[in-house]
Design a protein around this ligand. Structure first.
Ligand SMILES: Cc1cc2nc3c(=O)[nH]c(=O)nc-3n(C[C@H](O)[C@H](O)[C@H](O)COP(=O)(O)OP(=O)(O)OC[C@H]3O[C@@H](n4cnc5c(N)ncnc54)[C@H](O)[C@@H]3O)c2cc1C
Length: 394
């Protein structure tokens, strides 16, 4: 394999593979590096994505769709429940297959994909400013690969960001700590997602049950560490025992979800951050797959133009940040404001919101939910929530 590339992408999650696929489609010489021997393993994700979040990038394939979601259930602390029929709600993926197929697509378009290749540092350019490649460990051996541009798609624990000098650290209020079981032998509705709220059930977060085919589900719980000293795993155990009479634990995974922050930089010299590495996550729900795909695609397009047009100034690459934020910035900022209100909500608030939504939707079938408009309506409906808006100044 040649050691010089137009672009090196670090990490073969959805963000990295989408970036590599876009670059390869534009006939660029691209190297996608993944530290694990198998793409999609290990994985810490509840694997849910909205219809539009997925279909904007790839056509749904039965091979990696575990469930099509038509119903949503929200359960409040005092057991008020809201059932919603929403035929276009979304999917639960099998990301072990989904992530592999995406990387294979990049490879079939010409990207070089290397597994068991852990990036351990960036190489500084001697003649120009910026970076000229990466240092990797492969089977205990140190190697170097050169590139004109580097894309950091190395997830929540991104080191590329740090090496490039981009601060992506988050405080205890701006990261969720999650635990999740893959449960088998459980009774769940195969097309319904369940969400559970409560100050003691999941402080600063929520619990979820996402079906994954016959009697199988991703069952998890997220907490905000600043709101509790309890571990997500212990709270998850309590939740699982309460929700299910019969279950077998097939897998346990734990991980963190970072929050988006208004002033997060995504580009430094010739290094771009995509997906979780850039903290491009919905701070309210913790969802990041769709933003990973979108940011990977936009980064791939901007880098392709940069190389094809033989641009020299790295400021051209800032076009990635501008384009991404133009499309998603308002939404990401809105969710991070909502999170500030959410963290102040009490069990009484959760009960009231659930009751409000029951009245708001009644028994009708919902064809589309506009989250921003809906959240604004919820907040306006409740004087206490309106008062919580003062916490938006943080
Ligand atoms: C418990 C939990 C549940 C979640 N549920 C959902 C959900 O239901 N829906 C949703 O949309 N989002 C969910 N998320 C968030 C979602 O998983 C992430 O937003 C998404 O995976 C981000 O994709 P990515 O490509 O940026 O990063 P990742 O998927 O994390 O991929 C990063 C890749 O980089 C590789 N890598 C890291 N460092 C290096 C290195 N030095 N060298 C080479 N390779 C490296 C990793 O091995 C990995 O393959 C959840 C997160 C958690 C923790």
């Amino acid at each position: 394999m040649s050691k010089k590339f137009d672009c090196i992408v670090v990490g073969a999650g959805p963000a990295g593979s989408m970036a590599a696929k876009t670059l390869a489609k534009n006939n660029l010489k691209v190297l996608l590096l993944e530290k694990h021997p198998e793409i999609g393993v290990p994985l810490c994700c509840a694997e849910a994505i909205s219809c539009s979040g997925l279909s904007n990038f790839v056509s749904p394939d039965p091979e990696w769709i575990c469930a099509r979601i038509h119903k949503l259930l929200l359960v409040s602390p005092s057991n008020e429940s809201l059932s919603l029929h929403h035929p276009q709600a979304g999917f639960v993926l099998n990301r072990r297959i989904f992530d592999k197929r995406l990387a294979e697509k990049a490879s079939s378009l010409g990207a070089s994909v290397k597994l068991s290749s852990c990036v351990v540092g960036l190489l500084r350019s001697k003649r120009e400013e910026g970076f000229c490649g990466v240092k990797v460990l492969e089977a205990g051996e140190e190697k170097e690969y050169g590139a004109k541009v580097i894309i950091g798609a190395d997830g929540v624990e991104s080191l590329v960001a740090r090496w490039a000098g981009i601060d992506t650290t988050r405080g205890l209020r701006q990261i969720d700590s999650c635990a999740q079981y893959l449960l088998r032998g459980v009774k769940v509705e195969p097309d319904r997602m369940e969400f559970y709220l409560g100050e003691s059930l999941a402080p600063g977060g929520y619990a979820w049950v996402f079906p994954k085919g016959a009697n199988t589900a991703n069952v998890g719980l997220a907490v905000t560490p600043d709101k509790t000293s309890k571990k997500a795993k212990d709270l998850l155990d309590q939740f699982v025992k309460k929700r299910f009479s019969d279950f077998q634990i097939a897998e346990l995974t734990m991980g963190g979800v970072p929050c988006y922050q208004r002033k997060q930089r995504l580009v430094e010299k010739n290094v771009l951050l995509v997906g979780d590495a850039g903290r491009l996550v919905d701070s309210l729900s913790g969802a990041g797959i769709a933003n990973a795909l979108l940011s990977g695609k936009i980064a791939g397009e901007v880098v392709s133009q940069f190389i094809k047009q033989k641009r020299r100034s790295f400021s051209f690459l800032k076009g990635y940040e501008e384009r991404f934020l133009k499309e998603k910035g308002r939404e990401l900022r809105f969710y991070s404001y909502c999170r500030a209100v959410f963290l102040k909500m009490t069990d009484k608030d959760f009960d009231e919101v659930t009751c409000f939504l029951k009245g708001y939707w009644g028994d009708q079938t919902v064809t589309a939910i506009q989250p921003i408009d809906l959240i604004k309506t919820i907040i306006r409906s409740n004087p206490r929530l309106l008062r919580l808006l003062k916490y938006l100044v943080w």
